[in-house]
Design a protein around this ligand. Structure first.
Ligand code: ADP
Length: 269
């Protein structure tokens, strides 16, 4: 099972994050009041970067778990492992975060198995406890512990929706792709390409996003824009970089691809 567990060193410089609105204030207020936070929004729009930035700002370690459809409560809480003929208990990332007063970020939480929500409920109300059935422990979360979860409403199907009884335990912030000037600044900073060369890429992204729900399931993400600008900054011809970073990742349909390339010509031609 692949699980991403990253710990940010305390005192490390905060990764660059350009706020879209007052999300940093809301995050800080949620943290100081022991409240959980849900980040809603499309993939690649800055949610993970935001959490990493806030963890560094608040000087707390961060445990990030990329949820998938096989992820179970035991993956988060921990399990007994065999070590040299002995069984020893190993805390999972959630338990470690609860003990240490760290931040725990569950990325794409709706993907996880149903037993995960059972674990989250007592942690996300005023009890803030994590019962560990296997060891008989009942941990009270350290004051600085905070649970953050994200999900992408666009991906949802009826089976993979967050139940009201779960979502109403979280403060929520809606994310979307940044406004054009902000996105230009972000992509220029991240890629090193000058803002005047990034601006037309952002314009193209805006047009591609306009096709969301029609020809395309998802619009181009800020992440893909950063990839595209990075390739151009390294000397790749603009059209080639756009094809690899902004067209091919969006569709496999040749007709749709041709339509998207027409948009490229309209912006750059
Ligand atoms: P998500 O978690 O929403 O899928 P990420 O946080 O991984 O998306 O964002 C993808 C990339 O986009 C980041 O690695 C970063 O380069 C860039 N990015 C997006 N929004 C911002 C922002 N507001 N400030 C700085 N970088 C951003």
């Amino acid at each position: 099972m692949v699980m991403e567990g990253s710990i940010k060193k305390e005192g490390a410089a905060a990764p660059f994050y350009l706020p879209q609105s007052d999300e940093c204030e809301i995050f800080a207020a949620a943290h100081s009041n022991g409240l959980p936070l849900l980040l809603k929004g499309p993939t690649g729009c800055g949610k993970t970067r935001f959490v990493a930035h806030m963890a560094a700002q608040l000087n707390r370690p961060l445990y990030t778990v990329a949820c998938h459809d096989d992820l179970s409560a035991a993956d988060l809480i921990g399990r007994y492992l065999l070590k040299g003929g002995e069984t020893v208990w190993a805390d999972g990332p959630l338990t470690r975060a609860v003990r240490a007063g760290a931040l725990c970020y569950l990325d794409e939480v709706v993907e996880a198995r149903k037993d995960v929500t059972v674990v989250l409920h007592p942690l996300t109300d005023d009890r803030r406890i994590l019962p560990i059935d296997r060891t008989g422990e009942e941990l009270v979360a350290a004051p600085e512990f905070m649970l953050i979860a994200s999900y992408n409403p666009g991906y949802q199907n009826i089976l993979k929706t967050l139940k009201p009884s779960t979502r109403q335990r979280f403060l929520s912030i809606e994310f979307d792709f940044p406004a054009p000037e902000q996105e230009t600044a972000i992509v220029a900073t991240e890629s090193g390409l000058s803002a005047d060369r990034v601006a037309p890429l952002v314009r193209l992204a805006g047009k591609l996003r306009g096709l969301r729900g029609q020809d395309l399931e998802e619009g181009v993400s800020t992440r893909l824009l950063v990839y595209c600008a990075t390739l151009i900054h390294q000397g790749m011809p603009v059209e080639r970089a756009i094809l690899a970073a902004m067209i091919e990742p969006l569709t496999d349909d040749e007709d749709v691809k041709r339509g998207l390339l027409d948009l490229v010509t309209a912006v750059f031609g």
